[in-house]
Write a protein that binds this ligand. Sequence first.
Ligand SMILES: NCCCC[C@H](N)C(=O)NCC(=O)O
Length: 544
Amino acid sequence: MTEVIQKTLRDSAALRWTALLLLALAMFCAYIFMDILSPIKDLMAQAYPVGRGWDSTAFGTMQGSETFLNVFVFFLIFAGIILDKMGVRFTAVLSGAVMLAGALIKYYAISTAFHGSGIEVWFTNHLNHIPVFEQLGVSPFYEGMPASAKVAACGFMIFGCGAEMGGITVSRGIVKWFKGREMALAMGSEMALARLGVATCMIFSPFFAKLGGHIDVSRSVAFGVVLLCIALIMFIVYFFMDKKLDAQTGEAEEKDDPFKVSDIGQILKSSGFWLVSLLCVLYYSAIFPFQKYAVNMLQCNLTFEPVPEGSFWASTSVTIIQYVIMLIVAATAFMFNFIKNKPAKYATMALSILFLVGYCYMGYMRQSAESIFAVFPLLAVGITPILGNYVDHKGKAASMLVLGSLLLIACHLTFAFILPLFKGNDLGGVVVAYVTILVLGSSFSLVPASLWPSVPKLVDAKIIGSAYALIFWIQNIGLWLFPLLIGKVLDATNPGVTDPTRLNYTAPLLMLAGLGVAALVIGLILKVVDKKKGLGLEEPNIKA
Ligand SMILES: NCCCC[C@H](N)C(=O)NCC(=O)O
């Protein structure tokens, strides 16, 4: 008798990688929107009609608002419950719709239609104090915050709910399609595309704001909104693939690891969990909030010669060429991970480095802070999967967390004290900036590659979903607080500075280096606890 083996969509490599591509492209678009205003802080500071008159405090409060509802209304926890109850495909489409709704509000706030409207007048006079939050000692707005920043913050809060919900949903979707197959590779690829999203944002947000020689900051946000429409379409297409898969397998959606409040007590008893969560919030608070100010920090610490209008380096086509080169760097660095043949592997690496040098040269010639900072996530695209593989086979996760924190401290101190010494030295400053950004990029590969795979070693497998939700919640506190603090510290340490490209960034950078020192201390304690309690953090994930 011949046995008929029923093949499902996920048994086909092409189809399961298509499912991944849909999810990863949606997150690529989400990561672009997360930082859409970050590279144009200087423009946002200028008065209307060029900018919207946002000082550093307004900018930081708006940037931090992304995680406000996740933290203070516990939306992240609700998102976990929605995911458990409604499944991956429903939550994916919901997260896409929520992100788009929030993005449209943010677009309206920045658009010219908002300026002078009744809504602007209302927001100028209201919402300075929200009693329920003030009782908690926090507030999403403050007296005197520009109305456009308040409304943009409302939209960004809604977007942030969708983005974090999308993040956890995509991870669960990858598990659904790749369990027992190339799961780590799939997760690494999704993360790599997200990092490329940040680099894309750094290049194209200022490009659209300045397109045609006429500055319009709302064009950058419009670009992000269009991408979020594409993200929603990706999630909808995924919805139908996922539905077909369930019809084939006859399964209801997998609902393992549902979040339960009763899990919290068990998780919080683990000292290892606390140390990893603390390290996570400290480390990520020195990275993602920094990302929101980094372009402006470079504008303030480097001397950029204006590139003459009409020259090749000022043209639109050079932006496109530079972006294509970036894509080649990312693709070759990523491919390096999968090539087994040694000569081909090293040839790919050499090609990647060659194109990276070409990219850096163009960034220098264009005298553009945004294209200099865009190399930051590029290293992570290539290195994170290599390091993930190292942790899988050799271990040393705790040591990598310590090394990542050390590099973080060194980089923020270099930005604070060494980079300003090169002010006026055009080439020297750019070289120091590139090297420091690349080292920071490798730190940003070390920590995620070792931190996230360590969590399953600290808590029971059946409460792992709740543990990740809790870590994200703790991390979001830092991602809310630090953009805001950087803005406040900048305003406090730069009284009377009206030119947004002449701010002194020493104090905020010292604060970020301080976060690195705290992360380093926690990392060292983690190493001791790991040894004492045998948590296995230095052990490989895959035992031969
Ligand atoms: N602007 C928010 C960034 C997303 C944070 C997210 N919770 C996260 O940790 N993602 C993992 C990563 O390494 O990007």
